[in-house]
Design a protein around this ligand. Structure first.
Ligand code: ATP
Ligand code: MG
Ligand code: MG
Ligand code: MG
Length: 506
């Protein structure tokens, strides 16, 4: 059975054999405007797809593993983390690219060759999806007959019925877009039936079930989504694929190399997460137990201690990865935009830490474990480990000061009110630093309603007041050369001063 490190290497080696150049992951700080974080392997290649840059690789092919974060923005998986076994905020996306070189035929044949012939996935458990636009809803483009034909040939070669193993999907699942704008196109995906008997006949494809998960998306980039909503044909056609690395590990490792499907695979039951759980167990004295929802439903944490602890383990490990890799790429927790997304993630992790009995900063003690697994693949993590630890500890310490008081208040207030009012959620936000999604989570765990509408109105009012009072905005940045954390005031809006004013250096 392959380890995670071997699986990653095997993917890259396979495409190296197919004349792809192995390139490094891009930073989590996106190069494309309009993204909070790098959210897919293709982000760094946008200028090649648009024809703005000429690919330096001969042939024009590349392969890599890309660090991705899906929290906030068009692709937001934050709410699923911990509750299912295959969505993370941070994950690695393995990919292969063709820049105007090969197209659908090779992309599909190689995907099959790697997954079925090299890795040994049972063909009868695979389901491919192809793009079938719903014209009544105005979906762009045409039915992808070409992709259908290639998949059909492959399934038939294994004695399988293409009409069962190829599933049609409309724009929602089979047309990939990075964000509102940018290169995009129809896609074709591989899904794996993970039920013990493998007898769902494709019924669970794209149904949010952990018994049938999507592992690989092959995108056929042909258009650019323009800001006016139209689709412009690109000068050439490209291939952009993304395989969920942790999902591939989960399926291979949890089935003992496809021998045993009696146990449900989970990304958390792999050597990607196990070392972090071992460390968390040692630090907390608690045990991680794998948990699964009943078929067709989500986990509901309310009132179940084992479940709550399992979810806490998962969320902490997930968030620790997101935070560490972000900080190593110079993105710090702060008050605005992507920085606030990180702060929210950190505060969630701290609060879940309470469930495992941590009342002092603890995240930094997991960083060396993470580094031991990933420091070689992502050297920036190894070289910035000290900064990562410092930032985590400082942020945790500052939230710890108000968290317990806020939690006490939450229990007292909701015991009498029986719900979370907008005013109270706002008070927790404003005085105790509770991001509203954290308050919402506490409410959900106790089965309480939360008045988000009123909260949002209060936030809007506060923003208006702040806008009137503020002349400049503070932006946190990490200087990647010196490791210094700096707060800058942004451009002075009133005076239109084009200089960035440095206000403090920590
Ligand atoms: P899903 O439908 O499972 O949410 P997706 O269609 O949003 O996945 P893509 O945008 O097609 O995902 O990304 C390519 C691949 O990356 C997916 O096939 C999947 O294997 C993996 N992936 C996507 N989101 C996540 C995530 N949050 N955590 C781990 N892996 C992911
Ligand atoms: Mg998704
Ligand atoms: Mg999908
Ligand atoms: Mg997909």
């Amino acid at each position: 059975m392959m380890t995670a490190t071997e699986i990653r290497q095997s993917f890259l080696d396979f495409f190296r054999e197919k004349q792809h150049t192995v390139v490094p992951s891009a930073s989590l700080m996106p190069q494309s405007p309009g993204l909070l974080f790098t959210n897919a392997g293709m982000n760094q290649f946008v200028p090649y797809f648009l024809g703005v840059w000429t690919p330096p690789w001969k042939p024009a092919r590349a392969t890599d593993t890309q660090k991705c974060i899906r929290a906030g923005g068009k692709h937001n998986d934050l709410e699923d983390v911990g509750y299912d076994s295959y969505h993370h905020t941070f994950f690695e996306m393995l990919g292969n690219w063709s820049f105007g070189d090969y197209f659908k035929k090779e992309a599909i044949h190689w995907a099959w060759e790697l997954v079925v012939e090299r890795w040994g996935f049972p063909a009868e458990r695979l389901y491919a999806t192809v793009y079938a636009p719903d014209k009544s809803k105005g979906d762009p483009g045409e039915f992808d007959q070409e992709a259908w034909n290639y998949w059909a040939e492959l399934f038939r070669s294994h004695g399988l019925d293409p009409d069962v193993h190829i599933v049609h999907g409309n724009v929602k699942d089979n047309f990939w877009m990075m964000g509102e704008t940018g290169p995009c196109g129809p896609c074709s995906e591989l899904h794996v039936d993970l039920t013990p008997n493998g007898d769902t006949h494709g019924r669970l494809v794209n149904k949010d079930s952990d018994l049938c998960i999507e592992i690989w998306n092959l995108v056929f980039i042909q258009y650019n989504a323009e800001s006016d909503g139209s689709m412009r044909n690109l000068p050439a056609c490209h291939v952009d694929t993304g395989m969920g690395f942790e999902r591939a590990c989960s399926i291979m490792q949890c089935t003992d190399g496809f021998k045993d499907f009696s146990r449900k695979p989970s990304n958390y039951a792999t050597d990607v997460f196990r070392p972090l759980f071992d460390r968390l167990e040692a630090l907390s004295g608690r045990k991680y137990t794998d948990v699964y929802p009943a078929p067709g439903s989500k986990l509901v944490a309310a009132g179940d201690d084992v479940l709550q602890e399992a979810i806490a383990f998962r969320v902490i490990a997930d968030h620790l990865r997101t935070l560490s890799f972000s900080i190593a790429d110079g993105i710090l927790p702060g008050n605005n935009g992507r920085n606030y997304v990180l702060r929210r993630i950190l505060r969630r992790a701290v609060r879940y830490g309470r469930r495992l009995g941590f009342s002092q900063p603890f995240l930094a003690q997991l960083v060396d474990t993470l580094m031991a697994s990933f420091g070689q693949v992502f050297p920036e993590l190894a070289s910035r480990a000290d900064t990562v630890k410092e930032v985590l500890t400082r942020e945790e310490a500052s939230f710890n000061e108000t968290l317990d008081r806020g939690l006490e208040l939450f229990d007292a207030e909701t015991a009498s009110a029986g719900k979370v009012t907008g005013e109270f959620a706002f008070k927790l936000y404003d005085t105790y630093g509770f991001p509203v999604d954290l308050t919402a989570l506490l409410a959900e765990e106790r089965g309480l309603d939360i008045d988000m509408e009123r909260f949002n109105r209060l936030m809007e009012e506060q923003r208006d007041r702040a806008r009137a009072a503020r002349k400049s905005e503070v932006v946190r940045a990490l200087d990647l050369k010196t490791d210094a954390v700096t707060d800058f005031t942004g451009y002075d809006v009133d005076e239109c001063a084009a200089t960035v004013l440095e206000v403090s250096r920590q």
